[in-house]
Design a protein around this ligand. Sequence first.
Ligand SMILES: Cc1cc2nc3c(=O)[nH]c(=O)nc-3n(C[C@H](O)[C@H](O)[C@H](O)COP(=O)(O)O)c2cc1C
Length: 301
Amino acid sequence: MSRFEDLTSQLAIPAIAAPMFLVSGVELVTACSRNGVLGTFPTLNARTTDALDQWLGEMRERLDGKPFGANLIVHKSNPRLKEDLELVVKHKVPLVITSLGAVPDLIDAVHSYGGVVLHDVIAIRHAQKAIEAGADGLIAVAAGAGGHAGTFSPFALTAEIREFFDGPLVLSGCITHGGHVLAARAMGADAAYIGSHFIAAEESMASSGQKDMMIASTAKDIVYTDKVTGVGANFMRASLEAASLPEGGHGEMQLSDEAKAWKTIWSAGHGVGATHAVRPAADICRDLIAQYSQRLEDLTS
Ligand SMILES: Cc1cc2nc3c(=O)[nH]c(=O)nc-3n(C[C@H](O)[C@H](O)[C@H](O)COP(=O)(O)O)c2cc1C
């Protein structure tokens, strides 16, 4: 059994609650991981490295061996990368998700304690580089995903990745139902990656305004633009309209500017129409698990 299979075998369904800036913290991660879906968070959601040290200690203690994960932004604009990685190693975080850069030294550091590294990609070139750098697996971020989404159909992206890579593959973009998790597997992925569907969880750190907007929105209310951060991402139209963007948008941003933008301009993917209420994460996980078994039974009986 590979290290990735060892992680997914501890879940109720092959699904990961994706890391979301300013949304996922200790409460959401532990609620998901306790309820059969692997919880993750971006390390930058902890305001300082000291806070991150505490968060990771708390997650480890509360989860009592159940897997969870942390997301590291591997980019020169992230001044905390080195310190955050040291803490990830100190706390032996079972799953590490890297975004932007795939760096062999970082991957070796995570492998040194038996951790798994998945790298998220929107394009084949990035996928090939990550595998060359030694990542264990890939997260294919398809069109319609929340955050810095890709632009390719999930069918095309998974098919092209499977042409050269038969290791762990996780599919991301608009997954909001247990049946979609099953569909991801049918398409050749090993697991599903679910972001936006957890924004309105009670345990999420999103504001009540953001949660209400999730409930009020459907796919037609999502706008893909590079005007907020300089890179294409999906945002809820009403939050874009309420904010005043500089003419022509931003160029490459520093993380502090990006944080300010994400506080008022709220990202979500095309799957937003599946959010109908603020609910405990345990209920969201329970539904996903029940739907997965039901669809599997429907398809195989
Ligand atoms: C509000 C929000 C914040 C996000 N922040 C991050 C992040 O900090 N790091 C990251 O790797 N991905 C981030 N993402 C992308 C998610 O990890 C994931 O790829 C995406 O949400 C999956 O698509 P879905 O939202 O349609 O389920 C974010 C997504 C959203 C909606």
